[in-house]
Write a protein that binds this ligand. Sequence first.
Ligand SMILES: C[S@@+](CC[C@H](N)C(=O)[O-])C[C@H]1O[C@@H](n2cnc3c(N)ncnc32)[C@H](O)[C@@H]1O
Length: 268
Amino acid sequence: MSASGPTLSSEYASATPLQIRIDTHARHSEHPDDPASMVLDLLELTGAEELADIGCGDARFLAQLANGGHRGRLVGVDTSPAMVAAAAAIAGVDTRLADAEHLPFADGEFDLTTARHMLYHVPHPEAALREFQRITRPGGRVIVTVNHPGTCARTRELVTRHARPFGLAPVEEMANSVTSSTLPDMMDAVFGNAHVHRFDNALIFSSAPPLLRFAEALFSFCGVDTDTPHRAEIRAAVAADIDTWFAANPGQVWRDPKGYISVVATVE
Ligand SMILES: C[S@@+](CC[C@H](N)C(=O)[O-])C[C@H]1O[C@@H](n2cnc3c(N)ncnc32)[C@H](O)[C@@H]1O
């Protein structure tokens, strides 16, 4: 284990845990959950826009656009070399290894800027929002998506409970306080306008294996790094707890509330 526990760099050093979380949300949500399509609907694209997606991850969002015949420039930005490498493999997507707080673009270079499920990782989120505003042309739009506070808290608590006996706890650096409760005011302060679109949902698991898979994809957020010496013991304890729960609650589903907002601001 590193002295300070997991970091954003270690969490995003590989695209796999993020892919597992995205796949889990796609397969195990109570109501259909497709945040990429939700943002695409809000964007109301003509197909010609120049779009920057900040914190693009493996860029499956931009891939959806590129594969759908979008003609305007598509640029994915991320601080993780692994994510940028994954994004760079997508035809029609330009990539930059860069920080949301210091974007390597000219003023007004884009028609649209999106930042989906990433602002809670940024040390100074207001600085990032001002960068999104700066690189977006007047009349263009910025769309930011963040989770509700307490999203998937039940599964996080399950992991944290088994990490705690080994002296492990969630690392503050992994997430700041930007949630659906705080983002609208923050965006209103920067842009002078903010329109909120809210989505409420829950993860539901009817068997143990996919829940364990999802729980393990949350390990780093609960203080358990990839090289934590007790990782295998913690995983075994989490697995035993999950098996016990399903044995004690036959026919029931493990339900974990979640949700997010997308906030749309127009650059004046
Ligand atoms: C939860 S993932 C979301 C990925 C993608 N937007 C999605 O919704 O699938 C967060 C991403 O933000 C990136 N990230 C974290 N801090 C960042 C920063 N300061 N600037 C740019 N990207 C950052 C991470 O490397 C990671 O790929």
